[in-house]
Write a protein that binds this ligand. Sequence first.
Ligand SMILES: O=C(O)CCC(=O)C(=O)O
Ligand SMILES: [Fe+2]
Length: 319
Amino acid sequence: MCSESPIQIPVFDLPSYIAGERGYNTWNTLSRGVCQALERFGCAQLAYDGIPDHLCRDMFKVMEHVFDLPDETKRRNTSDKPYYGHTGRNEFVPFYESLGVENSFEIEKAKVFTELLWPEGNDFFCETLNLVSAKMLELDHIIVKMIFDGLGVLKQPGPALSKSCNFRVMKYDPPAGPGPEVVLPDHIDKDTITVLCQQEGVQGLEVLVDGTGWVPVPPIKGCFVLIAGEMLKPWSNGRIKPVKHRVAVGPGKERYSFGSFLLPEEDGVIEAPKELVDGEARPALYRPFDFSSFLSHVKANITTSFSPDRVSVDVYAAL
Ligand SMILES: O=C(O)CCC(=O)C(=O)O
Ligand SMILES: [Fe+2]
């Protein structure tokens, strides 16, 4: 859809041995770089060796089995929380299907989800899901630390390092027409940070860059895509801008991706740390609010046709 782009989303290399280690210069430089990329693009790619390639490949393999299950089996995955459960394959997003699992880094949660899909059990699926989601949660936390370090905040806000996490597997069917089509409409993630893994060889993700338009975020071996969620905006007092993104795929091959959507602690208060607010020079842009009230507001206003502006944090909490 936008194969020729003058802009490339920055790619960083994070060796796992320095992840979160404030003493290392590399960590400090990287944190600033990632933070600047999120301020400018709301998106970055990160090569990270803490989640081995073979584990991601196993995840993609088991995901194919999940999506091959009968519809009525997949639809057993329900939730009253927005963005969890089974979604897609409906009139609004006919080529998109996803299943979200809450906190599958806990083995009990992974088992319950597995038994929903395979009542007779599926140990390999359960172990893979549990291990990948645990590693992805670790990476979520590393990124949050990186962001607040990069912003110069000494004490990371507790509710940002929560263990409230939506792990989601996604499948996009190729469109019937000859050209690429948007299969997941543009939207902003409502979480703190999204970490995505794209299957090699199949393009699809695009982010909207001011003054440029839609920019592709290609799959890169060993890399994870970081997408700034909407909660980073109030947390950074407006410095980090959540990015509008969408998925457009071409004919021929289905696309798979999985992601870890880190949410703030439900009863945690979202408020910019004092280092980011400075009287008249940098006044507070948002009132403090708790995430569960924001989620209720989202739930009350969301429509299946995606209406990001009606549920934005700006409408909800901007001063
Ligand atoms: O599949 C992707 O690459 C993006 C998915 C996405 O944006 C979402 O689920 O919120
Ligand atoms: Fe998204």
